[in-house]
Design a protein around this ligand. Structure first.
Ligand code: FRU
Length: 481
């Protein structure tokens, strides 16, 4: 497939029928994850359209089945009822119209009565134009609406807004619509880059989900990056939160070390008066401290839980993921339930993940105590009664150490060139670690901090050493069905 051509459903089906061998080869790769969602072949990025409808959870995602390096995006689709067994439903939205021919970009779902409304960005790339300029004229960003009565069959694509409908001081980078309802009014947030290359959020208003008008914008107190992607505005435990992904933020010591960031902001938004206040001195909470976390999306499920799923990857990554040469790249994180605690957003794995546990080992460790295991696929929970200094080995060659208030993940030789990430914490009270074949998700102090990363150690190991005491539980995990 040419990178910038339309792909129709029939084209994909023909391609799919001809690539059985590629799927078989990828499925045999020992680097495949066991309890994370991945593309069968090719590339995956942002989770899209997350929702629960009539009991079924729908997880769509940015998908390029054709090649592991991305480019032309479709929406892939997984469903589950229990987060243990998943069905790969195959792609549902194709770049097949004049509005989205160069990519069905990220978007979200909004459930209203018996209908799921989807809003996404139809991307057009204008490489052949004489006035091509990446920032101001290089693309068309169309806001598109489709609906479904079941999550599988979609209505005709409806063009809601084009680049000309956005405020005129915007560059051509406006994308990733997400909806929030307030009374009888609907608001859409979109990520944007203005013509001065400052990142911000645009808000649009509608009474009927079809007619949208520009409403307001949310800008940081001080400029913070050139583009904000994938915004998500939602209420959590009585607090309005804005999660977004700023690009182009300079590293500051141990903070903002990745090429692009994912942050949460506490905001009081007054919809009647179009005014807002961003709270907190350090208003940007880094949502993750690892190497691979970006473009998360949240939704409220039928039990009222606010669930987040992120992309376990980052755009413009400055390293080569070793799975690329094996025909696939990237995965989604395990789903996490969100809450507020002391003005911060905390993340905890959803409880369904406990259904993957198969054996349990409980033990205590104390002063200079040592405990070892060679598990590759595990969940480990540590509760510290005291800890001044600790070194945990999470896989062979990969450590997490705590010293002088600094918690550091060190991938050693197993990070494909990436080594350490740190966070400063007052005390280390607990850890919950999920190790898959080539990933780690580490929840610190009840989810106040999280490290999400891919890691390529071929041998399992789990041990703890240091001046610390407490208990630990280890569970073997079984793969997703
Ligand atoms: C974030 C992102 C979105 C865009 C999508 C394209 O990773 O760049 O802004 O819609 O990916 O795949």
């Amino acid at each position: 497939f040419k990178k910038y051509n339309k792909v129709l459903k029939e084209d994909y089906e023909k391609w799919y029928a001809e690539h059985e061998n590629d799927r078989e080869a990828v499925a045999k790769d020992p680097m495949r994850l066991k309890f994370h969602l991945m593309p069968k072949t090719g590339w995956l990025n942002d989770p899209n359209g997350l929702c629960q409808f009539c009991g079924t959870y729908h997880i769509y995602y940015q998908y390029t089945p054709f090649e592991p390096t991305g480019e032309l995006k479709l929406w892939g689709h997984y469903t589950t009822k229990d987060f243990v067994s998943f069905v790969d439903e195959g792609p549902v939205l194709f770049p097949d119209s004049e509005f989205d021919a160069h990519g069905v970009y990220s978007g979200s779902a909004f459930v209203k009565g018996d209908t799921i409304h989807y809003f996404y960005t139809g991307n057009l790339k204008y490489f052949d134009r004489d006035d091509y300029d990446y920032i101001n004229s290089g693309r068309g960003s169309n806001t598109i609406h489709v609906t479904s009565k079941d999550g599988y069959q979609f209505s005709k694509k409806e063009l809601l807004m084009t680049t000309d409908d956005y405020p005129q001081d915007m560059s051509c980078h406006v994308r990733d619509p997400k909806i929030i309802q307030k009374g009888d009014d609907y608001y859409m947030v979109q990520g944007a880059r203005d013509k001065n290359s400052q990142g911000l959020i645009l808000m649009f208003h509608s009474k009927d989900l079809t007619h949208w008008e520009y409403f307001d914008r949310i800008v940081p107190k001080e400029p913070f990056g050139y583009m904000w992607e994938c915004p998500d505005l939602f209420e959590l435990d009585g607090q309005m939160m804005l999660v977004t992904c700023p690009q182009g933020v300079e590293a500051e010591g141990i903070n903002y070390q990745n090429v692009h960031q994912c942050t949460a902001i506490r905001i009081k938004y007054d919809f009647e008066n179009k005014s807002y206040e961003i709270s907190g001195n350090d208003e940007f909470q880094q949502l993750d401290r690892g190497f691979d976390f970006y473009a998360p999306q949240t939704f409220e499920d039928e039990q009222g839980r606010r669930i987040l799923i992120g992309w376990m990857g980052i755009p413009d990554a400055q390293y080569t993921n070793p799975t690329t040469e094996r025909g696939w790249q990237h995965a989604l994180t395990i789903p996490r339930e969100l809450h507020m605690k002391n003005g911060r957003l905390i993340q905890q794995p959803i409880r369904e993940i406990e259904k993957l546990r198969k054996g349990e080992l409980v033990c205590s460790f104390s002063d200079k105590g040592r405990m070892e295991s060679n598990l590759k696929l595990y969940e480990a929970e540590f509760h510290f009664t005291e800890c001044t200094d600790a070194v945990l080995t999470l896989k062979k060659g990969v450590t997490l150490s705590y010293r002088d208030g600094l918690l550091t993940l060190d991938l050693g030789d197993c990070g494909a060139g990436r080594t350490t990430r740190s966070v400063r914490i007052g005390e280390l009270r607990d850890l919950r670690i999920f190790a898959d074949t080539t990933s780690l998700e580490i929840f610190v102090n009840g989810g106040e901090e999280v490290f999400t990363t891919r890691v390529y150690s071929s041998q399992g190991e789990l041990s703890i050493d240091g001046d610390c005491a407490g208990t630990m539980k280890i569970y073997c995990l079984r793969p997703l069905e």
